[in-house]
Design a protein around this ligand. Structure first.
Ligand SMILES: Cc1cc2nc3c(=O)[nH]c(=O)nc-3n(C[C@H](O)[C@H](O)[C@H](O)COP(=O)(O)OP(=O)(O)OC[C@H]3O[C@@H](n4cnc5c(N)ncnc54)[C@H](O)[C@@H]3O)c2cc1C
Length: 368
Protein backbone atom coordinates (compact mmCIF):
# COMPACT_ATOMS: atom_id res chain seq x y z
CA UNK A 1 0.00 0.00 0.00
CA UNK A 2 2.83 2.36 0.90
CA UNK A 3 4.55 1.64 -2.41
CA UNK A 4 1.35 2.30 -4.36
CA UNK A 5 0.76 5.57 -2.51
CA UNK A 6 4.30 6.86 -3.05
CA UNK A 7 4.37 5.71 -6.67
CA UNK A 8 1.12 7.56 -7.42
CA UNK A 9 2.40 10.72 -5.74
CA UNK A 10 5.78 10.47 -7.48
CA UNK A 11 4.21 9.94 -10.91
CA UNK A 12 1.75 12.81 -10.48
CA UNK A 13 3.76 15.43 -8.59
CA UNK A 14 7.48 14.71 -9.00
CA UNK A 15 7.99 13.02 -12.39
CA UNK A 16 6.60 15.95 -14.44
CA UNK A 17 9.42 18.20 -13.18
CA UNK A 18 12.32 15.70 -13.20
CA UNK A 19 13.70 16.62 -16.65
CA UNK A 20 13.48 20.38 -15.98
CA UNK A 21 15.06 20.03 -12.53
CA UNK A 22 18.00 18.24 -14.20
CA UNK A 23 18.21 20.58 -17.18
CA UNK A 24 18.06 23.74 -15.06
CA UNK A 25 20.06 22.25 -12.16
CA UNK A 26 17.49 23.63 -9.75
CA UNK A 27 16.19 22.42 -6.39
CA UNK A 28 13.04 20.27 -6.80
CA UNK A 29 10.78 22.50 -4.72
CA UNK A 30 7.66 20.81 -6.16
CA UNK A 31 8.93 17.49 -4.81
CA UNK A 32 9.68 18.95 -1.38
CA UNK A 33 6.19 20.49 -1.23
CA UNK A 34 4.47 17.28 -2.37
CA UNK A 35 6.50 15.04 -0.05
CA UNK A 36 5.97 17.36 2.93
CA UNK A 37 2.20 17.61 2.28
CA UNK A 38 2.01 13.79 2.25
CA UNK A 39 4.28 13.47 5.32
CA UNK A 40 6.88 11.58 3.26
CA UNK A 41 9.80 14.05 3.49
CA UNK A 42 11.33 12.53 6.64
CA UNK A 43 9.36 9.35 7.26
CA UNK A 44 11.99 7.83 9.54
CA UNK A 45 11.35 10.26 12.45
CA UNK A 46 9.88 8.27 15.36
CA UNK A 47 6.24 8.93 16.28
CA UNK A 48 7.19 10.12 19.80
CA UNK A 49 8.87 13.14 18.15
CA UNK A 50 5.96 13.85 15.85
CA UNK A 51 7.16 11.79 12.89
CA UNK A 52 5.55 9.11 10.74
CA UNK A 53 7.63 6.44 12.49
CA UNK A 54 8.44 4.49 9.34
CA UNK A 55 10.79 1.55 9.87
CA UNK A 56 13.94 1.06 7.79
CA UNK A 57 12.18 -1.01 5.10
CA UNK A 58 9.32 1.47 4.72
CA UNK A 59 11.87 4.28 4.40
CA UNK A 60 13.66 2.30 1.69
CA UNK A 61 10.39 1.88 -0.23
CA UNK A 62 9.66 5.62 -0.07
CA UNK A 63 13.16 6.52 -1.34
CA UNK A 64 13.05 3.82 -4.01
CA UNK A 65 9.76 5.07 -5.45
CA UNK A 66 10.82 8.71 -5.48
CA UNK A 67 14.18 7.82 -7.09
CA UNK A 68 12.36 5.82 -9.77
CA UNK A 69 11.14 9.11 -11.23
CA UNK A 70 13.67 11.66 -9.91
CA UNK A 71 16.93 10.77 -8.16
CA UNK A 72 17.51 14.38 -7.05
CA UNK A 73 14.17 14.43 -5.23
CA UNK A 74 14.90 11.13 -3.47
CA UNK A 75 17.71 12.91 -1.64
CA UNK A 76 15.08 14.83 0.34
CA UNK A 77 13.89 11.84 2.45
CA UNK A 78 17.33 10.17 2.22
CA UNK A 79 19.43 13.09 3.47
CA UNK A 80 16.86 14.08 6.09
CA UNK A 81 17.54 10.62 7.55
CA UNK A 82 21.31 10.89 7.08
CA UNK A 83 21.49 14.31 8.75
CA UNK A 84 19.22 13.53 11.68
CA UNK A 85 20.16 9.92 12.45
CA UNK A 86 23.18 10.99 14.56
CA UNK A 87 20.70 12.87 16.80
CA UNK A 88 18.36 9.86 16.91
CA UNK A 89 21.17 7.40 17.65
CA UNK A 90 23.25 9.42 20.10
CA UNK A 91 21.59 12.75 20.94
CA UNK A 92 20.22 13.81 24.32
CA UNK A 93 16.46 13.74 24.85
CA UNK A 94 16.41 17.56 24.75
CA UNK A 95 18.27 17.63 21.45
CA UNK A 96 15.86 15.07 19.95
CA UNK A 97 12.84 17.09 21.04
CA UNK A 98 14.34 20.33 19.79
CA UNK A 99 15.29 19.17 16.30
CA UNK A 100 13.24 16.11 15.34
CA UNK A 101 9.87 17.83 15.82
CA UNK A 102 10.57 20.65 13.33
CA UNK A 103 12.09 18.14 10.88
CA UNK A 104 8.98 15.95 11.08
CA UNK A 105 6.71 18.96 10.61
CA UNK A 106 8.56 20.11 7.53
CA UNK A 107 9.95 23.20 9.24
CA UNK A 108 13.54 22.47 8.21
CA UNK A 109 15.66 19.82 6.52
CA UNK A 110 18.81 18.21 7.94
CA UNK A 111 22.21 17.86 6.22
CA UNK A 112 25.21 15.75 7.22
CA UNK A 113 28.67 17.34 7.27
CA UNK A 114 31.49 14.80 7.41
CA UNK A 115 33.59 15.24 4.23
CA UNK A 116 36.19 17.96 3.77
CA UNK A 117 38.37 19.06 0.84
CA UNK A 118 41.28 16.93 2.12
CA UNK A 119 39.30 14.29 4.03
CA UNK A 120 37.02 12.15 1.86
CA UNK A 121 37.61 8.39 2.09
CA UNK A 122 39.89 9.15 5.04
CA UNK A 123 37.16 11.03 6.89
CA UNK A 124 38.98 10.77 10.23
CA UNK A 125 41.65 13.04 8.73
CA UNK A 126 39.28 15.99 9.04
CA UNK A 127 40.55 19.41 10.17
CA UNK A 128 37.38 21.26 11.20
CA UNK A 129 37.90 22.20 14.84
CA UNK A 130 35.55 22.68 17.76
CA UNK A 131 37.03 24.32 20.85
CA UNK A 132 35.22 24.56 24.18
CA UNK A 133 34.77 28.09 25.53
CA UNK A 134 32.75 28.13 28.76
CA UNK A 135 29.17 27.17 27.95
CA UNK A 136 29.86 27.22 24.22
CA UNK A 137 31.69 25.38 21.47
CA UNK A 138 33.41 27.45 18.78
CA UNK A 139 33.67 25.84 15.34
CA UNK A 140 36.09 26.70 12.55
CA UNK A 141 36.66 24.88 9.26
CA UNK A 142 35.31 23.82 5.88
CA UNK A 143 33.05 20.93 4.95
CA UNK A 144 32.82 19.90 1.30
CA UNK A 145 30.23 18.14 -0.88
CA UNK A 146 27.37 18.75 1.51
CA UNK A 147 24.06 17.62 0.05
CA UNK A 148 21.22 20.13 0.37
CA UNK A 149 23.59 22.69 1.91
CA UNK A 150 22.03 26.13 1.89
CA UNK A 151 18.53 24.65 1.68
CA UNK A 152 18.69 22.72 4.96
CA UNK A 153 18.06 24.55 8.20
CA UNK A 154 19.97 22.04 10.38
CA UNK A 155 23.45 20.51 9.99
CA UNK A 156 25.08 17.64 11.84
CA UNK A 157 28.75 18.58 11.87
CA UNK A 158 31.65 16.33 12.81
CA UNK A 159 34.63 18.29 14.19
CA UNK A 160 37.92 17.61 15.96
CA UNK A 161 37.76 18.32 19.69
CA UNK A 162 41.04 16.57 20.60
CA UNK A 163 43.65 16.54 17.79
CA UNK A 164 45.85 14.03 19.66
CA UNK A 165 43.27 11.24 19.41
CA UNK A 166 42.38 11.07 15.68
CA UNK A 167 38.95 9.36 15.29
CA UNK A 168 38.41 9.26 19.07
CA UNK A 169 39.02 13.00 19.23
CA UNK A 170 36.08 13.83 16.95
CA UNK A 171 32.72 15.03 18.25
CA UNK A 172 29.37 15.68 16.55
CA UNK A 173 27.29 18.86 16.85
CA UNK A 174 24.05 20.33 15.56
CA UNK A 175 24.65 23.64 13.80
CA UNK A 176 21.85 25.81 12.48
CA UNK A 177 21.95 27.70 9.20
CA UNK A 178 21.13 30.88 11.10
CA UNK A 179 24.10 30.56 13.50
CA UNK A 180 26.44 33.48 13.03
CA UNK A 181 29.53 32.55 11.01
CA UNK A 182 27.88 29.83 8.89
CA UNK A 183 28.06 30.38 5.11
CA UNK A 184 27.97 28.36 1.89
CA UNK A 185 30.02 27.98 -1.28
CA UNK A 186 28.70 28.07 -4.84
CA UNK A 187 26.71 25.00 -5.96
CA UNK A 188 28.96 22.34 -7.52
CA UNK A 189 28.43 21.76 -11.25
CA UNK A 190 27.79 18.04 -11.34
CA UNK A 191 27.39 15.14 -13.78
CA UNK A 192 24.09 14.05 -12.23
CA UNK A 193 21.65 14.59 -9.35
CA UNK A 194 21.74 18.16 -10.59
CA UNK A 195 18.59 19.07 -8.65
CA UNK A 196 20.27 18.29 -5.36
CA UNK A 197 22.41 21.24 -4.29
CA UNK A 198 25.95 20.23 -3.25
CA UNK A 199 27.93 23.02 -1.65
CA UNK A 200 30.78 23.72 0.73
CA UNK A 201 29.83 24.82 4.23
CA UNK A 202 32.09 27.29 6.02
CA UNK A 203 32.33 27.71 9.79
CA UNK A 204 33.94 30.96 10.81
CA UNK A 205 34.06 31.23 14.62
CA UNK A 206 30.59 29.69 14.89
CA UNK A 207 29.68 29.84 18.57
CA UNK A 208 27.03 27.32 19.61
CA UNK A 209 25.61 26.41 23.03
CA UNK A 210 27.44 23.47 24.68
CA UNK A 211 24.28 21.36 24.74
CA UNK A 212 24.30 21.15 20.91
CA UNK A 213 26.92 18.39 21.16
CA UNK A 214 25.52 15.03 20.03
CA UNK A 215 26.42 12.44 22.67
CA UNK A 216 29.65 12.51 24.67
CA UNK A 217 32.74 14.40 23.57
CA UNK A 218 34.93 12.12 21.43
CA UNK A 219 32.07 9.90 20.21
CA UNK A 220 31.27 11.85 17.03
CA UNK A 221 33.19 9.68 14.60
CA UNK A 222 31.68 6.49 15.99
CA UNK A 223 28.23 8.07 15.67
CA UNK A 224 28.99 9.18 12.11
CA UNK A 225 30.04 5.63 11.13
CA UNK A 226 27.09 4.01 12.93
CA UNK A 227 24.82 6.37 11.01
CA UNK A 228 26.32 5.24 7.69
CA UNK A 229 25.65 1.58 8.57
CA UNK A 230 21.95 2.46 8.39
CA UNK A 231 21.91 5.09 5.67
CA UNK A 232 24.02 3.23 3.11
CA UNK A 233 20.86 1.14 2.81
CA UNK A 234 18.97 4.27 1.74
CA UNK A 235 21.59 4.88 -0.98
CA UNK A 236 21.01 1.29 -2.09
CA UNK A 237 17.30 2.18 -2.21
CA UNK A 238 18.05 5.21 -4.36
CA UNK A 239 20.09 3.01 -6.72
CA UNK A 240 17.25 0.47 -6.94
CA UNK A 241 14.77 3.22 -7.78
CA UNK A 242 16.96 4.76 -10.49
CA UNK A 243 17.56 1.31 -12.02
CA UNK A 244 13.85 0.43 -11.88
CA UNK A 245 12.98 3.68 -13.65
CA UNK A 246 15.46 2.91 -16.43
CA UNK A 247 14.33 -0.72 -16.77
CA UNK A 248 10.65 0.28 -16.90
CA UNK A 249 11.36 2.85 -19.60
CA UNK A 250 13.46 0.46 -21.70
CA UNK A 251 10.86 -2.31 -21.35
CA UNK A 252 8.20 -0.05 -22.85
CA UNK A 253 10.48 1.32 -25.57
CA UNK A 254 11.46 -2.05 -27.03
CA UNK A 255 7.78 -2.86 -27.64
CA UNK A 256 7.33 0.35 -29.65
CA UNK A 257 10.56 0.69 -31.60
CA UNK A 258 10.58 -1.30 -34.84
CA UNK A 259 13.63 -2.35 -36.86
CA UNK A 260 13.86 -5.13 -39.49
CA UNK A 261 10.05 -5.04 -39.65
CA UNK A 262 9.32 -5.94 -36.02
CA UNK A 263 9.59 -4.56 -32.49
CA UNK A 264 13.20 -4.75 -31.30
CA UNK A 265 11.81 -6.51 -28.19
CA UNK A 266 11.18 -9.55 -30.41
CA UNK A 267 14.92 -10.10 -30.83
CA UNK A 268 16.38 -12.57 -28.36
CA UNK A 269 19.53 -10.44 -28.00
CA UNK A 270 17.35 -7.62 -26.63
CA UNK A 271 15.25 -9.96 -24.48
CA UNK A 272 18.39 -11.40 -22.86
CA UNK A 273 19.58 -7.90 -21.96
CA UNK A 274 16.26 -7.14 -20.27
CA UNK A 275 16.31 -10.48 -18.46
CA UNK A 276 19.80 -9.76 -17.09
CA UNK A 277 18.75 -6.26 -16.02
CA UNK A 278 15.67 -7.55 -14.17
CA UNK A 279 17.64 -10.40 -12.57
CA UNK A 280 20.37 -8.11 -11.24
CA UNK A 281 17.85 -5.57 -9.99
CA UNK A 282 15.87 -8.19 -8.08
CA UNK A 283 19.04 -9.58 -6.49
CA UNK A 284 20.02 -6.05 -5.40
CA UNK A 285 16.50 -5.47 -4.04
CA UNK A 286 16.53 -8.66 -1.95
CA UNK A 287 19.94 -7.76 -0.48
CA UNK A 288 18.79 -4.21 0.27
CA UNK A 289 15.56 -5.33 1.97
CA UNK A 290 17.45 -7.89 3.99
CA UNK A 291 19.90 -5.14 5.07
CA UNK A 292 16.93 -2.91 5.98
CA UNK A 293 15.54 -5.63 8.24
CA UNK A 294 18.97 -5.90 9.88
CA UNK A 295 19.02 -2.11 10.34
CA UNK A 296 15.66 -2.28 12.09
CA UNK A 297 16.74 -5.17 14.34
CA UNK A 298 20.25 -3.73 14.93
CA UNK A 299 21.75 -7.09 13.97
CA UNK A 300 25.46 -7.67 14.59
CA UNK A 301 26.20 -8.09 10.88
CA UNK A 302 24.56 -4.79 9.88
CA UNK A 303 27.88 -3.13 8.96
CA UNK A 304 28.65 -5.82 6.36
CA UNK A 305 25.11 -5.84 4.99
CA UNK A 306 24.79 -2.04 4.79
CA UNK A 307 28.06 -1.82 2.82
CA UNK A 308 27.19 -4.83 0.66
CA UNK A 309 23.73 -3.50 -0.22
CA UNK A 310 25.05 -0.04 -1.13
CA UNK A 311 27.95 -1.42 -3.15
CA UNK A 312 25.99 -4.10 -5.01
CA UNK A 313 22.88 -2.03 -5.70
CA UNK A 314 24.88 0.94 -6.97
CA UNK A 315 27.07 -1.20 -9.25
CA UNK A 316 23.91 -2.87 -10.57
CA UNK A 317 22.20 0.52 -11.09
CA UNK A 318 25.18 1.70 -13.14
CA UNK A 319 25.01 -1.43 -15.32
CA UNK A 320 21.22 -1.31 -15.75
CA UNK A 321 21.05 2.37 -16.62
CA UNK A 322 23.93 1.98 -19.10
CA UNK A 323 22.12 -0.96 -20.70
CA UNK A 324 18.88 1.07 -20.82
CA UNK A 325 20.70 3.75 -22.83
CA UNK A 326 22.00 0.98 -25.11
CA UNK A 327 18.50 -0.39 -25.67
CA UNK A 328 17.28 3.02 -26.85
CA UNK A 329 20.17 3.27 -29.31
CA UNK A 330 20.92 6.83 -30.49
CA UNK A 331 17.72 8.10 -28.87
CA UNK A 332 18.95 6.89 -25.49
CA UNK A 333 21.98 9.13 -25.85
CA UNK A 334 19.86 12.28 -26.05
CA UNK A 335 18.14 14.34 -23.39
CA UNK A 336 14.82 13.84 -25.18
CA UNK A 337 14.58 10.54 -23.28
CA UNK A 338 15.05 10.07 -19.52
CA UNK A 339 17.51 7.17 -19.52
CA UNK A 340 20.68 9.24 -20.02
CA UNK A 341 19.69 11.29 -16.94
CA UNK A 342 19.19 8.07 -15.02
CA UNK A 343 22.63 6.84 -16.12
CA UNK A 344 24.25 10.09 -14.96
CA UNK A 345 22.28 10.00 -11.70
CA UNK A 346 23.23 6.37 -11.02
CA UNK A 347 26.96 7.20 -11.00
CA UNK A 348 26.83 9.11 -7.72
CA UNK A 349 25.49 6.08 -5.85
CA UNK A 350 28.88 4.39 -6.43
CA UNK A 351 30.67 7.39 -4.90
CA UNK A 352 28.91 8.95 -1.91
CA UNK A 353 28.47 7.64 1.63
CA UNK A 354 31.84 6.04 0.93
CA UNK A 355 33.04 5.00 -2.52
CA UNK A 356 32.51 1.39 -3.55
CA UNK A 357 36.21 0.79 -2.92
CA UNK A 358 35.65 1.94 0.65
CA UNK A 359 32.58 -0.35 0.92
CA UNK A 360 34.82 -3.26 -0.02
CA UNK A 361 37.26 -2.24 2.73
CA UNK A 362 34.33 -2.13 5.18
CA UNK A 363 33.05 -5.53 4.03
CA UNK A 364 36.51 -7.11 4.21
CA UNK A 365 36.88 -5.91 7.80
CA UNK A 366 33.43 -7.22 8.74
CA UNK A 367 33.14 -10.51 6.88
CA UNK A 368 30.10 -12.47 8.07
C1 LIG B 1 27.24 14.87 -5.13
C2 LIG B 1 27.92 14.54 -3.84
C3 LIG B 1 27.22 14.62 -2.65
C4 LIG B 1 27.83 14.34 -1.44
N1 LIG B 1 27.15 14.52 -0.25
C5 LIG B 1 27.83 14.45 0.92
C6 LIG B 1 27.20 14.85 2.14
O1 LIG B 1 26.03 15.22 2.18
N2 LIG B 1 27.93 14.82 3.29
C7 LIG B 1 29.23 14.42 3.31
O2 LIG B 1 29.83 14.44 4.38
N3 LIG B 1 29.86 14.04 2.15
C8 LIG B 1 29.19 14.04 0.97
N4 LIG B 1 29.82 13.68 -0.20
C9 LIG B 1 31.23 13.29 -0.15
C10 LIG B 1 31.48 11.84 -0.53
O3 LIG B 1 31.08 10.98 0.48
C11 LIG B 1 32.97 11.73 -0.90
O4 LIG B 1 33.14 12.37 -2.15
C12 LIG B 1 33.46 10.32 -0.95
O5 LIG B 1 33.46 9.75 0.34
C13 LIG B 1 34.85 10.19 -1.58
O6 LIG B 1 35.75 11.11 -1.05
P1 LIG B 1 36.66 12.00 -2.04
O7 LIG B 1 35.72 12.64 -3.00
O8 LIG B 1 37.52 12.86 -1.23
O9 LIG B 1 37.50 10.94 -2.84
P2 LIG B 1 38.93 10.31 -2.41
O10 LIG B 1 38.84 9.82 -1.01
O11 LIG B 1 40.00 11.26 -2.77
O12 LIG B 1 38.99 9.06 -3.38
C14 LIG B 1 39.43 9.12 -4.72
C15 LIG B 1 39.53 7.69 -5.27
O13 LIG B 1 40.49 6.95 -4.49
C16 LIG B 1 39.88 5.77 -4.00
N5 LIG B 1 40.43 5.42 -2.69
C17 LIG B 1 40.66 6.26 -1.63
N6 LIG B 1 41.16 5.58 -0.60
C18 LIG B 1 41.23 4.28 -0.99
C19 LIG B 1 41.68 3.06 -0.37
N7 LIG B 1 42.11 3.04 0.91
N8 LIG B 1 41.65 1.91 -1.09
C20 LIG B 1 41.18 1.92 -2.36
N9 LIG B 1 40.74 3.02 -3.01
C21 LIG B 1 40.77 4.19 -2.33
C22 LIG B 1 38.39 6.09 -3.92
O14 LIG B 1 37.61 4.90 -3.90
C23 LIG B 1 38.21 6.93 -5.16
O15 LIG B 1 38.03 6.09 -6.27
C24 LIG B 1 29.19 13.91 -1.43
C25 LIG B 1 29.88 13.79 -2.65
C26 LIG B 1 29.28 14.11 -3.83
C27 LIG B 1 30.08 14.03 -5.10
Amino acid sequence: MLRETVRALAEAKIAPYAAAVDEEARFPQEALDALTAADLHAVHVPEEYGGAGADALATVIVIEEVARVCASSSLIPAVNKLGSLPVILSGSEDLKKKYLGPLAKGDGMFSYCLSEPDAGSDAAGMKTRAVRDGDFWVLNGVKRWITNAGVSKYYTVMAVTDPTKRSKGISAFVVEKSDEGVSFGAPEKKLGIKGSPTREVYFDNVRIPADRIIGEEGTGFATAMKTLDHTRITIAAQALGIAQGALDYAKGYVQERKQFGKPIGDFQGVQFMLADMAMKLEAARQLTYSAAAKSERLDGDLTFFGAAAKCFASDVAMEITTDAVQLLGGYGYTRDYPVERMMRDAKITQIYEGTNQVQRIVMARNLP
